[in-house]
Ligand binder design. Structure first.
Ligand code: TRP
Length: 355
């Protein structure tokens, strides 16, 4: 099926269910962009093995959970392609070739790799494949030769590496002049576009818990137990919001409160469609004229309005689990064709097309 829409690729590593941070960081963008772009969404299950090779069952479950989260959130399988990384072998083949174009110290300088080693306390015990995943991500992207890659801020260093690899491949194997401007690489005969990042409206969503010992609010993360999941039921959402950290200096509802660095208000600013109410309420909060409970109840309504349509769609898919598998199978077949074609062209460019 030929399509003249520009192409988009992005995806997630299946390490659990998706939460509100994923939603504002990228998912919301993807849902909006599926009208104007030919979208490919990768579920990067090989990447999940970088830190959980001992938990294959969890990875398998998470692949299905994430696909269900996508569909529940509003990704339409008739418009967009959802696929499983390991079922597209061309991605692994391309990873091997592209790994020759990235100096090892360059991978070690990648700030996301460094942060992950620190935050996940990997020490020097991470597997070789952990470093390789950053190269793998360049292959995931370039195999689809997309125009844009919408990701959260933490993924930007990987996209920068992807751009470097694409330039190098095009220069080495397609004869493109190194002085070429990024936007002209394909026009000048390059196989790979120099892809653009598209950031979500929230660079980083904080969690429902309070600040750490340095006073910084922590980002929403399932492992920190401060996440509101897209699959949470109404009671769970209400409970999480009611327990949400606000302003500890505020002992009575009538004390003046601070709205700064206060998750309650960060969430209202992010999700409440009635920003006039938010402004007025923040004013009243700061002068002790409105209590936490009232504002939390309002936030519960706001989040329910966002999540309850997802819950309805999820229930439909959960009634018939074969449907999700079927969508993944069809999507993966389509993705395989695209990636195989890119690999074929890459091999021609590299003079490794023998038969
Ligand atoms: N590393 C990404 C994450 O953990 C997942 C991913 C794998 C990805 N391949 C990709 C994202 C290609 C965008 C493009 O979220």
């Amino acid at each position: 099926m030929a399509t003249s829409k520009p192409r988009l690729l992005t995806g997630d590593t299946p390490t659990g269910r998706l939460h509100l941070g994923h939603y504002v960081g990228s998912l919301e963008n993807r849902i909006a962009l599926q009208e104007t772009y030919d979208c490919y969404f990768i579920i990067a299950n090989i990447h999940a093995f970088t830190t959980r090779a001992d938990k294959p069952n969890e990875i398998r479950e998470s692949v299905i959970d994430i696909a269900t989260d996508f569909l529940a959130a509003g990704i339409d399988p008739n418009k967009s392609t959802i696929f499983i990384q390991s079922e597209v072998p061309a991605l692994s083949e391309l990873t091997y070739f592209l790994s020759m174009l990235i100096p090892y110290p360059r991978v070690m300088r990648n700030p996301t790799i460094k942060d992950e080693i620190r935050d996940k306390k990997l020490g020097d015990n991470y597997p070789f494949g952990f470093l390789l995943y950053a190269v793998g991500q360049t292959a995931d992207i370039l195999a689809f030769r997309p125009d844009i890659v919408p990701v959260g801020e933490d993924q930007v260093p990987h996209i920068e590496m992807t751009r470097e690899v694409a330039r190098k491949f095009n220069q080495l194997y397609c004869g493109v002049d190194p002085h070429t401007e990024d936007k002209d690489y394909v026009k000048k005969g390059g196989l790979f576009p120099i892809v653009e990042v598209k950031l979500g409206r929230a660079r980083r969503l904080i969690g429902t818990s309070g600040p750490d010992e340095n006073g910084n609010l922590l980002k929403m993360s399932k492992s920190l137990n401060n996440a509101i999941l897209l699959s949470d039921d109404a009671d769970m959402i209400a409970r999480k919001v009611m327990n949400m950290y606000t302003d500890p200096k505020r002992l009575k509802a009538t004390d003046p409160g601070t709205t700064e660095n206060n998750p309650l208000w960060i969430f209202h600013e992010m999700f409440n469609p009635d920003q006039q109410w938010v402004q007025d309420a923040e004013e009243r909060y700061r002068s002790g004229k409105i209590g936490d409970v009232e504002c939390k109840k309002r936030l519960i309504e706001v989040l329910e309005n966002l999540i309850s349509p997802m819950r309805k769609r999820r229930a439909e898919f959960e009634k018939d689990p074969g449907q999700v598998i079927d969508i993944l199978k069809k999507g993966t077949e389509k993705a395989r064709n695209v990636a195989n074609e890119t690999l074929r062209l890459a091999k021609i460019a590299m003079k490794q097309d023998y038969f």
